[in-house]
Design a binder for this molecule. Structure first.
Ligand code: NAP
Length: 297
């Protein structure tokens, strides 16, 4: 593709805003739409062209990235009032990057195809830091030629693309990756909670991790500050991770595969969301790991 085509972004949260900025930095003509006003204003300040609806965005873009919360948010932006699929989208490409479950992804692909729109299932791995550095790993499900066509655009937001298989398999792979993230997070939080219960400084855990080639890893390093300094501003919200853990749990059930640790993680995250920590970083699960006041526990 010689000339860069016009592209659009729907959903300007932690991920979508940074992706749109990176595409603009790479020279794309970027237009954006966000449901609510504050993020639209922020986008304007960043020099992005803001349009008034998802369908208006479809009118001016050849490829449209959707990066919103969950299947019901994708439903709203596709077929809700002034939704994307209400525009003339024939020949355009929908790149669905929100983390969903596989059945919803297949359903949205079917609806896009019915409007003669191309569809790429393309969730991403990486969080706030990686998206800001255009270092995401894109997990693509769909046609080879379509991925190839949009590769330069996708790589304006990330460092590599893994082709997982057909539509739906990008999403399936994303849930496998987030299963690891969810369990690493809760493992680290339980470890810190156990250190505190034993009157041991949690910093010692990170000192050991830093010296261990096997156990020390980038993810634990990223979460060190949050846990030691109790800073829970979201890089990835607990509510969004709980959504994904529920999708994993359901995917396991659909395939008659027990996922006992994922279920335990789910209960822990549900307790933390019930206690009001859903909009904080997922490390805030540590707040529900407190010694019990019940002497029989
Ligand atoms: P976020 O900061 O909470 O942003 C969510 C976005 O979705 C906002 O733009 C929000 O618009 C929009 N939205 C929510 N419900 C909507 C609806 N009904 N109609 C229209 N727009 C709606 O979330 P995020 O962290 O960017 O995550 C976005 C997606 O990427 C999620 O699926 C998440 O699981 C996935 N993801 C996140 C990370 C991460 O580390 N943060 C990493 C990989 C993947 P408003 O401004 O109007 O609320």
């Amino acid at each position: 593709m010689k000339n860069k085509p016009p592209v659009g972004f729907i959903g300007l949260g932690i991920m979508g805003m940074a992706m749109a900025k990176n595409a603009k930095k790479a020279g794309y003509e970027v237009s954006v739409f966000n449901r609510s006003e504050p993020r639209r204003r922020e986008a304007e300040k960043a020099g992005l062209r803001v349009v008034s609806s998802a369908s208006a965005l479809a009118d001016v873009s050849d490829a449209l990235i959707v990066m919103v919360t969950d299947p019901s948010a994708v439903r709203d932006v596709l077929t809700g009032h002034q939704g994307l699929l209400r525009a003339n989208v024939a020949g355009k490409t929908l790149i669905q990057t929100s983390t969903l479950d596989e059945p919803s992804t297949l359903e949205f692909a079917k609806e896009a195809h019915a409007k003669k729109m191309f569809f790429l299932d393309c969730p991403v791995t990486g969080s706030k830091k990686q998206v800001e550095e255009a270092a995401l790993i894109l997990l693509a499900g769909g046609d080879d030629a379509l991925i190839e066509k949009w590769k330069p655009f996708l790589l304006s937001m990330g460092k590599s693309i893994v082709h997982a298989g057909d539509i739906g398999k990008g999403t399936a792979l994303k849930l496998c990756m987030n299963l690891i993230v969810a369990q690493m997070t809760t493992a680290l939080c339980e470890s810190v909670a156990l250190a505190k219960a034993q009157n041991l400084a949690p910093k010692k855990i990170f000192d050991v991790l830093a010296q261990s080639p096997a156990l020390g890893c980038g993810y634990f390093k990223i979460k060190e500050k949050a846990l030691l300094e109790q800073q829970f501003a979201p890089a990835f919200s607990l509510r969004n991770m709980l959504k994904d853990v529920r999708f994993m749990d359901q995917a396991g059930k659909n395939h008659r595969l027990p996922l006992p640790v994922t279920q335990a993680v789910r209960f822990l995250m549900e307790a933390a969301v019930t206690d009001g920590y859903g909009d904080e970083d997922l490390t805030s699960v540590i707040k529900v790991l407190r010694p019990s006041t019940n002497p029989s526990v």
